[in-house]
Design a protein around this ligand. Structure first.
Ligand code: TPP
Ligand code: MG
Length: 583
């Protein structure tokens, strides 16, 4: 026991939990409860965001790549209020986020003290845990609880609210004991049942969600797939669970579905889903796609099993530990020949050739200036295999998610299905800090970029090797697609008649700014961007794309009949989308 200020105890707790960065922007209250302690902290660097929402998003990008909790801070009142979107993103994504918010002095609550805010009350429906620190000596307990709740499966956001009169007060404090990581293995009987189903299936399919990344279960996914010759798909969040060029990878689900994956979805009689919440975007409209199939659902969150689809077998546990058990339980019944010789692999190779021909046709037929996949092909050639790819929002993201290959497991960052525009721009900063020296490529639409583009100056300030790719179609393409297909081309409030010149704006922020208006210009711009990154300067490549072109996966996804058609064994249908659809 020693006498210290609560602020000091908070900084000690952050250090003990291995925190390297606090993302955010301080106000006067913040200095009292934390920032003065960070002035000469040997371990923790405060990253100065230009907007608190971006600070929270950056903390989530950090969490996604590091597997640790992200820590963000926004000052009392408006500062914290601007972080709220980050908590909601973390809630949807089940990502560990510790949000710290100072508050007006407890002694004056209810009396209109400057920037007083009912922070805990405001976020009740989308945090795992929140606490207003009511006594200074409670700080070590509060911080341990915060990290425990954020990181115990299912992960999620927590809030520590610190009135400044409590944060600045001293008391006798216990020595900080760090939180414990917990991971459980599924019930052996359930593992056996899952193994029996998988081995009896004629056309099994493995689908990976974000939980594979959270559990670092990449080796196990690969081993199980290769052992049982399983075609492997990923949800939008699980991309890179198996490297995209692995012979068994058949691409994305939902609107990221391509001609490679479609037959496997259609024909599968047993699906093993790992670490996915099996939500709308992961599946396509209508969970009826599971009718007639046996679902094995492996998740660390028991509430998932009764949510959208009731599985034939529920495996409650950590993905890494449980997949290891599943490998052991199926090994004796696995095919005797290697997966490279399997029919599945030769079929995938053939489908990949069909896909390449399909894309070449689109690239040739485009009215330009640059088809998104033309740029992505040039990027693929230049991009190192270990690059971290950060996916933005909008129509363009379907091209990136379905076409760009991510080859290093876990080097993938995407927003949750809450899907806040601008998330990627800030998340890229946290991702870059989580793996120093690893190149980061963030691909986003022009509308989404504008929502957080102020943060590129943060990337410049910290010398981060990030290349931002802004797919510019001068509009909110995703919404415009909907207006085209569902609303008879009544385009309303979707066109940027005046738009930023993003490449120029980038230069004003201390970044390399490059404009691509022709297919031939792609490679040179990419090389120049990477050269700038190598010198510690971020880059922005503005690529002019047409807005009209829609990947086939979206047509299938939007056509609610498609699910039925695919299940019945027919080709997925293109049809007018249902008018009630949102996004
Ligand atoms: C904060 C927020 N507002 C609105 C939306 C709805 N929305 C989803 S995508 C999109 C358009 C994105 O435009 P852009 O980033 O330019 O990408 P594009 O669709 O043009 O490729 C909109 C408005 C959202 N997801 N998030
Ligand atoms: Mg756009």
């Amino acid at each position: 026991m020693a006498v210290k200020k609560a602020s000091q105890a908070m900084a000690e707790a952050l250090r003990a939990e291995g925190v390297r960065y606090v993302f955010g922007l301080p106000g006067g209250h913040s200095v009292t409860i934390l920032y003065d302690e960070l002035y000469d902290d040997p371990q923790i660097t405060p990253i100065l965001a230009r907007h608190e929402t971006a600070g929270a998003f950056a903390a989530l990008g950090y969490a996604q790549i590091s597997g640790e909790a992200g820590v963000c801070q926004g000052t009392a009142g408006p500062g914290f209020a601007q972080m709220i979107l980050g908590l909601q993103e973390a809630w949807f994504a089940r990502l560990p986020l510790v949000a710290i918010a100072p508050n007006a002095p407890a002694a004056k609550h209810g009396q209109g003290a400057l920037q007083e805010f009912g922070s805990c009350e405001a976020v009740q429906t989308f945090v795992k845990w929140s606490y207003r620190v009511d006594r200074p000596e409670k700080m070590p307990w509060v911080m341990r609880q915060a990290f425990h709740h954020a990181l115990a499966p299912p992960c999620g956001p927590v809030l520590v609210d610190v009135p400044i009169d409590v944060g600045g007060a001293a008391a006798e404090m216990e020595e900080y004991v760090p939180s414990r990581r917990v991971a459980a293995e599924a019930d052996p009987a359930a593992v056996q049942a899952a193994a029996d189903l998988l081995c009896a299936a004629e056309r099994p399919l493995l689908v990976c969600g974000r939980g594979v990344h959270q559990a670092r279960a990449w080796d196990e996914v690969r081993e199980l797939a290769e052992l049982l010759h399983l075609p492997v798909m990923h949800t939008n969040h699980g991309k890179s669970a198996l490297p995209d060029s692995h012979p068994l990878c058949v691409g994305g689900t939902g609107c990221n579905l391509t001609v490679v994956g479609a037959p496997f979805v259609r024909e599968a009689d047993c699906e093993l889903w790992v670490g996915s919440q099996i939500e709308e975007f992961a599946v396509g409209r209508g969970w009826e796609v599971f009718a007639g199939k046996r679902l094995i659902n492996l998740n660390a969150d028991a509430s998932q099993f009764g949510r959208n689809v009731v599985p034939a077998v529920a495996l409650l546990g950590d993905a890494k530990l449980t997949l290891r058990r599943l490998i052991e339980a199926t090994r004796d019944r696995a095919p005797q020949w290697g997966f490279e010789q399997s029919l599945t692999v030769s079929r995938i190779a053939e489908l990949r050739r069909d896909y390449a021909a399909h894309i070449a046709g689109l690239q040739q037929a485009t009215k330009g200036p640059v088809h998104p996949t033309t740029f992505l092909d040039a990027l693929q050639q230049a991009m190192p295999r270990e690059a971290i790819v950060v996916l933005g929002e909008g129509a363009n993201r379907l091209w990136t998610a379905s076409h760009l290959r991510v080859e290093t497991p876990g080097h993938w960052v995407s927003a949750s299905d809450f899907g806040c525009m601008g998330y990627a721009v800030a998340a890229a900063i946290g991702a870059a800090l989580a793996k120093p020296g690893t190149p980061v490529v963030c691909l986003t639409g022009d509308g989404s970029f504008q929502m957080q583009m102020q943060e590129i100056v943060v990337a410049a300030q910290y010398g981060l090797p990030i290349t931002y790719v802004v797919f510019n179609n001068h509009c909110l393409g995703w919404v415009k697609w909907g207006q085209q297909q569902r609303w008879r081309e009544r385009y309303c409030a979707v066109d940027y008649e005046v738009n930023w010149r993003h490449a120029e704006a980038a230069r004003a922020a201390g970044c390399e700014g490059l404009l691509v208006e022709t297919p031939e210009g792609c490679r040179e711009a990419i090389d120049r961007a990477f050269a700038a990154n190598a010198e510690g300067r971020p880059a922005v490549i503005e690529v002019m794309i047409p807005w009209e072109e829609v990947p086939v996966g979206l047509s299938w996804y939007r056509g609610s009949e498609a699910a039925g058609a695919m299940r019945a064994g027919g080709a997925p249908l293109e049809r007018e989308a249902d008018a009630a659809g949102g996004d």
